[in-house]
Design a protein around this ligand. Sequence first.
Ligand code: AMP
Length: 441
Amino acid sequence: MRLFKTLAGLRCYLETARWRSLPVGLASPEEKGKLRQSPKAVIGFVPTMGALHPGHCSLIRRARQENELVVVSIFVNPLQFAPGEDLHSYPQTLEADQEVCRQLGVDVLFTPDAAALGINGEPLTQVMPPAPVLQVLCANSRPHHFPGVTTIVFKFLNLIQPDRLYLGQKDAQQLAILQRMVQDLNLPVEIVPCPTVREVSGLAYSSRNQYLTPEQRLEAVHLSQALQQAEQLFRRGERWANPLVTTVREHLLQHPALALEYVELVHPVTLTPLEEIVETGLLAIAAKLGQTRLIDNVILRSRSPIIAIDGPAGAGKSTVTRLVAEKLGLIYLDTGAMYRAVTWLVLQSGISLADEPAIAELVSQSSIELISTHAAPVVKINGVDVTQAIRSPLVTSQVSAIAAQKAVRQQLVQYQRHLGANGGLWRRVGISLPMFSRKQS
Ligand code: AMP
C-alpha cells in the first residue's frame, strides 16, 4: 500500500498506475500516448474522515472486489464543519486506520492536510447543491455542511478520477446530494451506494460513537429501535408519513436523554418531503446525546424485488425467467432483447460497428419498448416491431460486439433501472421511453 500526503505524490502515482499494462514509474510520455487505446485500470474511491470502523470497511471491501485500484482518503474536511462543531476533537486514529487499509488490500491511502488541498481560510470556489435539498433533514441545522461536502468530493473526484465512488447509505442525505451533483455536473463516475452496517445492538457504526459513554451507548440504540418500529408499521401496510413519523417520535419520547432534532420522511433520491410513500421513502432521524449528534435512517420500499438470472447462451435463461416472473407476479425484463434491438438498429443505420461515438449518439436518441404478452415480449425500437428481426443470425453474430461498448451498456442499464422503477406501469401497458432519460420517477 502506498501512502500519500500531497497532491504531487498522488497524481504522479496515479498517472502511471492507472495504465495497468505499464510498470509503475517506467512510463514515458510516448509510451503513455501509445497506450491511450488500451483499457485503463478501473479505480474505486472511498472517501472517509478516518477513525475507520466496520461501516467504512464494508465500503473498502466492496471497492476491492470491484476495481483494480482502490484509493481511500482520510481527510477531516474543515469546510463541512461550522464553528463550534467537533472539527478539532474529531477522532484521529491514523496508525490503526493505515493497518486496516493494508489488511483490506487498499492500493493507495491519501491523507492530505487542509493546506495540501489549498484550504487555508481564504474564500474558495464552491460546489453548491440546489436549494431544495438544503431545506430538509440535516441541512436545516447544518447549512454549511453539504456545500462543504460537495466541494471536497468534487475536488477529490478531479484529483483521483475514479470510475466508481463508494458511499454509505448511513449518510443518506449526503448520498442523495452527491448523486445529484454527479448527475447535474455530468461527472464521469458511478456512485455505488452501500448499506448501513450496524452493531449487534442495531446502533449504526459511526466514528462519533467513540464520544459516547457506556450508558449513552445503551440510549443510542433507541434511534435504530424507533426506526425499526416505524418499519414494522410500514410492513403492516401503513403508507402515510404522519403515523410513521409519530411512531418514531413516541418511541423517543420515552428516552429523554436523546434530544430529537428531526424525524422526516422524504424521497430517497430527490429528498422531497413525502406525505405518503408510493414506492420508496427515506425515514431519517437526528438526535443529540449529550454533546454527540447522531443520525440514522431506514429506506421503506414497497417495490417488488428484482431477480437477475444470468448464464451461458442457450442455457434457457429466457424460459426460466419468464416462468419465475409469472409465478411470482413480477415483470419479465429481457435485457438480451434490448441489446439485440440496439444491434439491429445499428446494422440498419449503416454505422460502422467500430464507430462507438456514433453508436452512442444513435442509441441515446432512440426509444425502446418491451411489451409484455403471454408469449415472448414484443420488442419495438423507434416504433418498429423488431421482435422477429432481432433473432436473425446477423444480429446474433454482432450483438456481443455492441453489448461490449461502454456507452451502450451505460444507456441500457440506465433504461433498465428506469423500467424497474416503473415496473407496474410497464407490466400493464408497455412503455416507451427515450433511452437517455435521466429523470428519476
Ligand atoms: P465518514 O468517515 O463518516 O465521512 O464516512 C465515510 C463513508 O463511510 C461515507 O460514505 C459514510 O456514509 C460511510 N459510512 C459511515 N458509517 C457507515 C456505516 N455504519 N455503514 C455503512 N457506511 C458507513
